[in-house]
Design a binder for this molecule. Structure first.
Ligand code: ZN
Length: 169
């Protein structure tokens, strides 16, 4: 297994729509293992393949503090959403140090393929649901700052630019 460098905001791959995975082969399994190791070492609860520079529709999520039940989702598709929205403080491994409130659907139904190549459909809520929505957004080139008011997004971008100029990004 290997720990990858996590791409930060500003890397063009984060704004690329990721490609559908056609076959769950050893390469995909290895990618998932490396992503898990990378996510846990960065203390994250979710990671999408584009964040380590691989433009494929694969994401991993583990909102359990014990870090024992990760979900590996291949080609996830959100097929339905609750009307009800909840607001929660979100961060992103591609935006180290930034946390903002984002409104998302409480309950969703998601279809995906697991590492055994089985197609599954699950209904989830709250934290797990929010994490899936965040990661599926990554696969569609959407980032959590896109939900913020423009002034706030500009403020964050300015701060990141300052960090970058100082060599801290
Ligand atoms: Zn993220």
């Amino acid at each position: 297994m290997a720990i990858f460098e996590i791409k930060k905001y500003g890397d063009p791959i984060l704004r690329e729509k990721a490609k559908v995975i056609l076959k769950v082969d050893d390469g995909i399994k290895k990618l998932a293992c490396n992503m898990l190791e990378t996510m846990y070492s960065a203390h994250g609860v979710g990671l999408a393949a584009p964040q380590i520079g691989v433009s494929l529709r694969l994401c991993i999520i583990d909102v359990d503090l014990n870090k024992k039940s990760p979900s590996v989702m291949i080609n996830p598709v959100i097929v339905s959403c609750d009307e009800n929205k909840i607001s929660g403080r979100e961060g992103c491994l591609s935006f180290p140090g930034f946390y903002e409130n984002v409104k998302r659907h409480d309950g969703i139904v998601v279809q995906y393929t697991n590492l055994n190549g089985e197609e599954l459909e699950i209904e989830v809520q709250s934290l797990f649901s929010i994490a899936i929505q965040h990661e599926v957004d990554h696969l569609d080139a959407k980032l959590f700052i896109d939900y913020l008011p423009e002034w706030k997004r500009r403020f964050i971008e300015k701060k990141i630019k300052r960090n970058r100029n100082a060599g801290n990004w």
